[in-house]
Design a protein around this ligand. Structure first.
Ligand code: 5GP
Ligand code: ZN
Length: 137
């Protein structure tokens, strides 16, 4: 299903032009207009899903396999030193376009992408409490 008001539905389905580097029946992968680094691309399903929680399981599997393949090809073509896959869900997590997408971000020695976070410190009690909370019985 497509969502009328969604820009990534329009891009993924070719209604709005994009710098496409890969396309198949399920996905389009195109360059980000505001790249974190040279070659930053977005892997987007043609069907609309707001986020990871909504994403179809089969497409989820295919997305990761495709990301792996493209990351390898991009690394070879761009000569980058590393690679980040980034996927934001919800405004709090930095999502700005509410159609599931996976960022493919080539990394270069000394680049300014700054994909990092402040490291906290988990106490043993906290680890125990969280393990009990999160571990599936
Ligand atoms: P988010 O913040 O939701 O994880 O990522 C959205 C990404 O989409 C951003 O990196 C932003 O630069 C990119 N973006 C937003 N609108 C467009 C557009 O119209 N075309 C392209 N190519 N990228 C877009
Ligand atoms: Zn959409």
């Amino acid at each position: 299903m497509k969502k009328e008001s969604c820009i990534f539905c329009k891009i993924a389905n070719g209604e709005i032009p994009s710098s496409t580097i890969y396309e198949d029946e399920d996905f389009r992968v195109f360059l980000d207009l505001n790249p974190a680094t040279r070659g930053h691309a977005l892997l987007v399903p043609k069907e609309h899903f707001d986020n990871l929680f909504e994403l179809d399981d089969e497409l989820c599997k295919k997305a990761m396999v495709l990301a792996k393949k493209l990351a390898g090809q991009m690394k070879e073509a761009l000569g980058c030193d590393g690679f980040n896959l980034v996927q934001n869900n919800g405004e709090t997590a930095g999502q700005t376009v509410f159609h599931f997408h996976l960022h493919l971000i080539p990394r270069y020695e000394g680049d300014t992408a700054g994909i990092t976070w402040n490291q906290g410190k988990a106490s043993p009690e906290e680890l125990e409490e969280l393990t009990a909370l999160l571990k599936k019985k």
